[in-house]
Write a protein that binds this ligand. Structure first.
Ligand SMILES: NC(=O)c1ccc[n+]([C@@H]2O[C@H](COP(=O)([O-])OP(=O)(O)OC[C@H]3O[C@@H](n4cnc5c(N)ncnc54)[C@H](O)[C@@H]3O)[C@@H](O)[C@H]2O)c1
Length: 253
């Protein structure tokens, strides 16, 4: 399978930590120039430093994906620094456990929808015209297994990730004949800092999380990054509008 990305340009949002950081490192390891975007400047600059230390090329762009003018500015910065945008991984997202549906607050609803849905929509809104003008590109959005089914006590999060898949499929069809592919990844529980903070305090929760996956463990950030790389590469040229699970079999049960 061809994974020839050399000299191309990728943008990753939420790249200061977790899945986004691992994917930024994976793009850079394949020879791409990487725009590392995040709210978190410290984490973002650390990711850029790691890429540069390994001989790669990267720049940090501070951006709140919920703000139209900041997202527009982020894309303008990518173009002014690197001249093009071949791949975008719209991954910035937040997860809040709200309790049962009736216990959630309006503020939680607005915060989750704003980052997870509006953020992905705004990113694609400004990426698609650039890719259209270039004659092609590939976009991957981070959904979740919570975008494919129920997520008890996280109904707003589940709604937001279902919406990401709706945006992904609609954009994929709209741009299918224009050389732009749009797909989503749907991770189950992935071993990130957030996961460790939540579960290290309670080993029973960690065991329960591992047992949710038929493979008997939670996922690794590199395993999500590998799925994103696949969806971007030429080998996936016939794959668009797809929501790819990275879930150790969890949704196959
Ligand atoms: N970790 C999991 O188990 C898991 C499972 C399924 C889906 N996901 C999804 O994967 C994505 C990444 O999650 P993660 O686990 O790596 O989380 P993380 O918290 O480690 O990283 C998320 C990054 O997004 C950034 N961010 C948050 N709001 C932002 C905003 N408004 N603008 C720009 N950046 C912002 C944060 O600063 C952080 O660096 C999210 O969309 C999440 O919903 C995670």
């Amino acid at each position: 399978m061809s994974m020839s990305f050399s000299g191309q340009v990728a943008l990753v949002t939420g790249a200061a930590a977790g899945i986004g950081r691992a994917t930024a490192l994976a793009f850079a390891a394949q020879g791409l120039k990487v725009a590392v975007a995040d709210l978190d400047e410290l984490g973002g600059e650390a990711c850029v430093a790691e890429i540069r230390a390994a001989g790669g090329e990267a720049l940090f762009i501070g951006c709140d994906v919920t703000r139209d003018e900041q997202v527009r500015g982020m894309i303008e910065r990518v173009l002014s620094c690197y001249g093009r945008l071949d791949y975008a991984f719209n991954n910035a997202g937040i997860e809040i456990e709200q309790g049962r549906l009736a216990e959630g607050s309006e503020a939680e609803f607005d915060a989750i929808m704003s980052v997870n849905v509006k953020g992905v929509w705004l990113c694609m809104k400004y990426q698609l015209p650039v890719m259209l003008a270039q004659g092609g590109g590939a976009i991957v959005n981070t959904a979740s297994v919570a975008g494919l089914g129920a997520a008890p006590k996280m109904s707003i999060y589940a709604a937001s990730k279902h919406a990401v898949i709706g945006l992904t499929k609609s954009a994929a069809i709209e741009y299918a004949k224009k050389g732009i592919r749009v797909n989503a990844v749907c991770p189950a529980v992935i071993d990130t800092d957030m996961f460790r903070r939540a579960y290290e305090a309670d080993p029973r929760k960690a065991e329960f999380a591992a047992a949710m996956h038929p493979v008997g463990r939670v996922g690794k950030v590199e395993e999500v990054a590998a799925a994103v790389m696949y969806l971007c590469c030429d080998g996936a040229a016939f794959t668009t509008g797809h929501a790819l699970t990275v879930d150790g079999g969890a949704t196959a049960i």
